[in-house]
Write a protein that binds this ligand. Structure first.
Ligand code: LLP
Length: 454
């Protein structure tokens, strides 16, 4: 059964716990751009719940999210886009927990999905097909079929071959597929790591810009395709608006060409996700300005705009709570060994990503250390050469800004059960994903092979 969410997006009372410690006033904000995490004499707090209380109740490692921070980010972006005919379709891949999806549904969000699994989650969380756009460079026929049966708003098609397969699937089902062509806007983007760029020339994503018109013409010949939109996604963790501006101009130009040369009438323009959050001391993106940039370009076009924010809505709303297991020195270097590692948070080792790490209750001393996990990989670290609290075994650390692409990218490598996820709302908290058990690790495995002959 779905967990009910009240009008403020709070998870139903039955699954919530009130911390035993009385909430105290926050005195100091610890993360730039994120007031949800603050510090008082009980240490680091998420809203009005001490992180130490959550660690005591759920153990570590554990992801902790602030419902209030998600609501605030949604409201900022909603507000910034209010003078544009725009819809916010949360990008499920950033954090796909059912309670987070429900919270965002209550706020009025639609979704951007990239797989049959995300479609399953979306429908289970109470979204309807009209709330969903389906993106992705390698959709299978089964996924297309499921999406068409669910009557999604748009299928964002990324190649001419995909268009033909979708046409055949739609024919089988006796429906017309609502299509937006995902075009590679071929803009230069500055992201912290090359792996999070998508809208540059020569990447696997989208239809190459100079082929888009001919793919649009091809779609006009396919009886089960209804071309009604264009789509782009320039990349992720983007704090400048130039790539959006250039990309949007290109797509608007392309729209005019397509409408001139085919019978298609394009009503949707999906401009993707990518808005940055703060990981260190950066300035937060000025979404109001972003709204003005978009408005200046699209006003009068009659287009309905779709945004696919993932990280912006949830990134700064989460921390990964971890406990220090050991300290050691090796080769003149200090190591802080924590119970969370790359299996819990892959971003530092995969993208060399920076996440601030704060002591929940600081010792008052600092050191310079590598913060490393228990995994048998040299690349298993949360931070390198970091000036950090001189945390000792048993102390709690909070790895900041891990609400997006944290839990969702975790794995069972080294047979490590995945961490739980906890949602905080004001002075209450609830486990929204249970910690995996050892049984969960082997649940789908068949120890004695059931051989079949060919
Ligand atoms: N739309 C499309 C088509 C996308 O590919 C993505 C992200 C988004 C929307 C949402 O982007 P956001 O607003 O979250 O930046 N694992 C990486 C990020 C990969 C992003 C993939 N696509 C990381 O941890 O930084």
């Amino acid at each position: 059964m779905r967990k009910r969410i009240n009008h403020r997006g709070a998870v139903g009372k039955s699954v919530l716990k009130t911390p035993k410690v009385a909430p105290k006033r926050a005195t100091e904000t610890t993360t730039v751009g994120d007031e949800a995490f603050s510090r008082n004499d009980e240490g680091l707090m998420c809203e009005r719940v001490p992180l130490s209380v959550i660690a005591r109740e759920t153990g570590t490692p554990a992801y902790v999210y602030s419902a209030g921070a998600i609501r605030d980010q949604y409201a900022h972006l909603r507000d910034a886009m209010k003078s544009v005919d725009a819809r916010l379709h949360y990008s499920v891949k950033a954090n796909s927990s059912m309670a987070i999806l429900s919270l965002l549904r209550e706020l009025g969000a639609g979704l951007d999905i990239v797989s049959g699994g995300e479609l399953y989650r979306a429908l289970k969380a109470g979204y309807t097909g009209r709330d969903i756009v389906f993106s992705g460079v390698g959709k299978t026929e089964r996924e297309m079929e499921d999406a068409l049966r669910a009557q999604v708003l748009l299928v964002n098609v990324e190649s001419e071959q995909e268009l033909h397969v979708l046409d055949a699937v739609a024919k089988r089902l006796g429906v017309k597929a609502p299509v937006a062509l995902r075009v590679n806007p071929e803009v230069l983007v500055d992201t912290p790591h090359p792996y999070t760029r998508t809208g540059e020339k020569g990447m696997k994503f989208g239809i190459p810009f100079d082929e888009a018109l001919s793919v649009a013409k091809a779609s006009a010949t396919l009886p089960n395709i209804d071309l009604i939109g264009l789509d782009m996604h320039v990349g992720s963790q983007i704090s400048q608006f130039a790539p959006y501006e250039v990309g949007l101009q290109r797509l608007l130009h392309l729209r005019r060409e397509i409408e001139r040369e085919t019978k298609a009438r394009l009503e949707w323009l999906d401009i993707g996700g990518g808005l940055a959050v703060t990981y260190d001391a950066e300035r937060s993106v000025d979404v109001r300005h972003f709204g003005e940039v978009v408005k200046a370009l699209v006003s009068g076009s009659g287009l309905k705009i779709i945004l696919e924010p993932g990280r912006y809505l949830v990134g700064n709303a989460g921390v990964l709570l971890t406990r220090v297991l050991y300290r050691k020195r090796s080769g003149g270097k200090e190591f802080i060994i924590t119970d969370a590692g790359m299996t819990d948070l892959l971003r530092p080792s995969h993208y060399n990503a920076f996440h601030r790490i704060d002591a929940v209750k600081p010792t008052g001393r600092t050191t310079v250390a590598d913060v490393v996990g228990p995994i048998c990989e040299t690349g298993d670290f949360l931070a390198l050469d970091r000036q950090i609290d001189d945390a000792q075994p048993g102390d709690l650390l909070a790895v900041q800004s891990t609400g997006a692409y944290g839990f969702v990218m975790s794995s069972n490598y080294n047979s490590r059960p995945r961490a739980p996820e906890v949602l905080v709302d004001a002075d209450r908290f609830a486990v929204i994903t249970r910690r995996e058990s050892y049984d969960d690790l082997v649940r789908n495995e068949i120890e004695t092979p059931e051989w079949r002959s060919r």
